[in-house]
Design a protein around this ligand. Structure first.
Ligand code: HEC
Length: 99
């Protein structure tokens, strides 16, 4: 019984917690590198070196199809489901990786 209460409490605690950029970035690592210092598939910029505004603009642009190069459809698939809050958390985390 006590553990059930705990599980319910933990469910409430995690609900509404701010988006975690580091955790969201895990699925980007395969192409962009663990520290965002790789040119993804030899096509992208080094995203860790882009500013916060540039990263947000790029990610939102991929979502609505207004940004990108020859492989923008691929990136649209990567980011289409994220909320604005998640995009901002991702962009913030990426810019902490810049040198
Ligand atoms: C399957 C490989 C792959 C994955 C996974 C991937 N990307 Fe990309 N990303 C690319 C490629 C390729 C480009 C260049 C696309 C183009 O032509 O515009 C790119 C471009 C970008 C850019 C813009 C850089 C530029 O050159 O203007 C950002 C920012 C970015 N990705 C962030 C992310 C984030 C955040 C994730 C995870 C949610 C992610 N990517 C997942 C391959 C990937």
């Amino acid at each position: 019984m006590r553990s059930l209460v705990l599980v319910v409490l933990m469910a409430f605690a995690s609900y509404g917690v701010a988006a975690d950029g580091k955790q969201l970035f895990q699925k980007c690592i395969a192409c962009h590198g663990v520290d965002a210092q790789k040119s993804a598939l030899g096509k992208s910029k080094i995203i860790a070196n882009m500013s916060l505004e540039e990263n947000i603009a790029a990610l939102k642009g991929y979502q609505d199809g207004t940004y990108g190069g020859t492989m923008k459809a691929l990136m649209k698939g990567q980011v289409s489901k994220y909320t604005d809050e998640e995009i901002e958390a991702l962009a913030k985390y990426i810019t902490t990786l810049g040198k």
